[in-house]
Design a protein around this ligand. Structure first.
Ligand code: AMP
Length: 420
């Protein structure tokens, strides 16, 4: 037999049975995000590699180990996007959106690609829902609070409970520099006990040590004792206002000084939402303010931004255990028992569909028993039986599959009967 070809490692088919849950998440997310005034943006699935190298930093794991570059003849070529923010900012700058609106409120839903070691909740192709607010001089603490609130409300809207929100501030770039000095000096005594990666991170970007998943490194990190001494008065005041905004809206959060987000471009507010029930890969999403990114990608340094991204696969994993019921079955399944009846059924199903009724036709004119088995299997709400008797009467026998009741409805009255 010819050898079968499998789905690439770290990717997955989303089968029809799973689609209702995916659609539910997308629909509720869109509705919720748009209620907050955001509009959708779609950018290409691949970009110049340089975009990610410059935005995420050459030392980040995403660029260093996980960037999936496309083989081509260009030396520094293209890469599949590992995240959405860089592309949205590139598009914002390229299309001069700053000249068109004071604050661009943008969102996207789509696949991202990272050359990870696959495991549960960690894939090479995964999907994110991302939201970004970008505009000149738009560092408003209440915008950060609104962004965090949106992420929480969105999760509630899709039916998720039991998640945790952690927040922190990194302050201004100068404060961040002070924090990195504090971290470096506190980690110095443990340097040789850190993993090899973290020893290198101490010199290049010490913040990434705090994100390390290695157990030994985590233990060392848990011993660190730093408060907000690195924060300027301006940053403290900014953070206070973010928290007041969240308090005002009744959003519960935990302050977490060790939450730093590894990327260079973050300033001020950072946040992360996790679901402890997910185990090792428990981060549902994360975000924060990234005032440095627009300038880093060639835009004006006056343009500030904040945003977040949620991982859809982890939302799916979190929702799978919750008993959500999605109606996706057909309103009417037409069963026929002769070629002549099948032709009539073919016409009837077209009329029903044209009137907005979800209807289907079984093309196989088998026995009543086998066709009813099919109707049960697909969860049809009603079956329309067209046999020789019905053809003579110009009617279908409509059986409600829930109550078992059956009545005869003239072909011309079917659309009305189904409320079309
Ligand atoms: P990040 O851009 O790394 O902050 O990721 C934001 C969210 O995307 C994470 O919290 C995860 O929910 C999700 N995510 C990131 N990487 C992956 C991956 N390799 N597989 C599945 N989900 C991911």
């Amino acid at each position: 037999m010819t050898k079968k070809i499998s789905v690439p490692r770290g990717t997955a088919d989303i089968l029809p049975a799973d689609i209702p849950l995916w659609n539910h998440i997308e629909k509720q997310s869109r509705q919720c995000i748009e209620q907050y005034g955001y509009r959708e943006i779609r950018t290409p699935i691949f970009e110049d590699s340089a975009l990610f190298k410059r935005s995420l930093g050459q030392t980040s794991d995403v660029v260093n180990k996980q960037l999936l570059e496309l083989a081509g003849d260009k030396k520094d070529g293209f890469a599949l996007r590992p995240e959405g923010t860089a592309a949205v900012v590139r598009s914002y700058i390229e299309n001069n959106l700053d000249r068109q609106e004071q604050l661009s409120k943008l969102y996207y839903i789509g696949s991202m690609f990272r050359g990870e070691r696959p495991q549960k909740g960690r894939l090479r192709e995964f999907h994110q829902i991302g939201v970004e607010a970008i505009g000149p001089k738009t560092s408003y603490p209440l915008l950060d609070a609104e962004m965090i609130t949106l992420s929480v409300e969105l999760l509630k809207r899709i039916g998720l409970t039991g998640f945790q929100l952690k927040i922190n501030t990194l302050g201004t770039p100068e404060d961040k520099q002070k924090l990195s000095d504090v971290l470096r000096s506190q980690l110095e005594p443990y340097k040789t006990e850190l993993c090899e990666d973290c020893q290198a991170r101490m010199d290049r970007n010490v913040f990434r040590v705090l994100d390390c998943k290695n157990r030994g490194c985590k233990e060392i990190v848990s011993k660190l004792t730093f408060q907000d001494e690195y924060l300027s008065e301006e940053s403290q005041d900014y953070y206070k206002q973010v928290k007041e905004g969240l308090d005002l809206l009744g959003i519960s959060y935990e302050e977490s000084p060790c939450l730093v987000r590894g990327l260079d471009y973050y300033t001020h507010t950072v946040f992360e939402i996790s679901n402890p029930a997910l185990g090792a890969q428990d981060a549902l999403g994360a975000g924060g303010r990234y005032n440095k990114l627009v300038a880093q990608l060639g835009g004006s340094d006056e343009v500030h931004a904040c945003g977040f991204a949620l991982g859809m696969e982890r939302l799916i994993l979190s929702l799978e255990d919750q008993d959500l019921n999605f109606e996706s079955s057909v309103d009417a399944l037409i069963l026929t028992f002769s070629d002549e009846a099948l032709t009539k059924g073919f016409e009837v199903v077209h009329q029903l569909r044209k009137s907005g009724i979800k209807a289907d036709l079984n093309f196989k004119t088998g026995s009543m028993k086998s066709q009813m088995r099919l109707a049960n299997k697909v969860g049809a709400k009603n079956v329309l039986i067209i046999g020789d008797d019905e053809l003579v009467k110009n009617a279908a026998a409509v059986k409600n599959m829930e109550t078992g009741e059956q009545e005869e409805i003239k072909f011309e009255s079917l659309v009305k009967f189904f409320g079309g």
